[in-house]
Each structure stands twice: as structure tokens, then as C-alpha cells.
Design a protein. Sequence first.
Length: 254
Amino acid sequence: MATLPKAAYFEFEEPFHRLVMVRDKKRKGKRLLACLEDNWTLTVTMAPTGLAIIDHSIYSNLNMSYFMQCTNARLSSVGYVCVSRLNKEEGTMRRIAKFRNVKTAGSLSNCFLAIPQGLYFDEGGQLMVVYHKLDLAKIGNIGVTQTMEKYNDVDSFVRNIFTQKSLVMLESDVEFCPMNAIAGPIAKFFKVLKTTYLTVGGVRFIEMRNNPDTWTKAYLDRTTCNINLIHIKGSAWRPGQGIKSRKNKRQRRN
């Protein structure tokens, strides 16, 4: 692998210091990063603009998993893995800044791993989201790597680490950020798309994939099948931004 001048490298705060990052002025967008340690501790941060992640051989030997935000998200499929958090402070009506509006570095509080299952409109016409969140009480004292080795298929793995009963909330009250795994242990049964790379001057950079990582395509709660979930095509839906209503020219004139 080609090397870059020492001044080009950027040392990120723990636990993201194991990712090899460099400064890149062409990278204008912010990107959410997450680290899942072997004891299931989840740390989430918003990487500043102007940073790129270099592919490195050490990533396959890490005992913690790293994820990068995937903005190529749709809610037309079931089971992609997300970093999530509620949009209100617990016990108050105070709204928390959405991920895309976070400006300061440092860890983001109250984040958890979740798997959305779909959207629907309730009887009052409000947009609701059905999801499952990581259930630490169910997992117990078994680490991430050991849990991956314990199960032989992805559905068994997912069902035993996420809440059994589906959770339902207003879509505006909870935010989901779809992710791509980029480093660390990955269970053999995960059907994760190959990592996308961009090679510049002999240096290989990690890029987000065409889709978020899908951990399961099954409904984790049978009662979800009884909900009239809606299918939203194309880019009409974005996490935390609701549904974009589209009108043709005739409708706009009226």
C-alpha cells in the first residue's frame, strides 16, 4: 500500500483511533461513525468534514466493529442495521438535534443499534415506524464475537440480540441512520455487500456501499405482518426527514 506524508494523517479520538484517517479537502460531507466494542458498548460520533478512511490490513484483526453512515438509504426493504436515537430528551419535551445537524465533535449520547421494519399511517393519519432495538438484557454477559460464533444463521443471531416485540413510535420522534460495516469482526452468515473502495495514487479509500447493510429480511415479530406497511419508492423517504410529497405540474398549478 502506498504511503502518504505524515502530516496528511489525522488521529481520531478513541475508540476511533484504530481507523486510519487522512485529511482530504475534497470530502465536503459529514459522516456518522459508530464503534461497537466486544462488550456491546456503542460509541457514536460525527466525523468532521475533510476526512477519508484508508483501507488497512489491521481491520480484519480488530476485536471491535466499526460502522460508517450509508446515505444511500431507502425504507423499501426490511432489516438494515441502523444507529438510532430518540429525538426528545427523556422526561422532557426538548428536541435533540438530528444527526445531520450535529456540529460538534465528540460522542453522541443515547444512541442504540436498531433494525427498522417499516412505516405505516395510524388511524389519525400520523406516520409511524416499526422497529427493534438491541436488547442488552437479553444478551447478558456474552460478547459480540462469541455471540456471532454461537449462532449458525443470521435470523437466529438477530432474534437473540434484538427486542422480541416490535416497538412503534412516531416517525418524527426517532431517527435512524443506516450503516455499513467497514472494520472488525463480521459473522460468516452475514450477507454483507463487498466494501466499496476508491483508489487514488495507489492508496485505497473506503467508500459507502450502494445500500445499507441488511442483517435480516425477516419480520422479527409476527404481529408486524398484520400492520398495513406502506412501500415508499425512490427517494421519497429519508431517515428523519419524513416523506417528500411529490406533485406533477398540473397538481402544482391547481
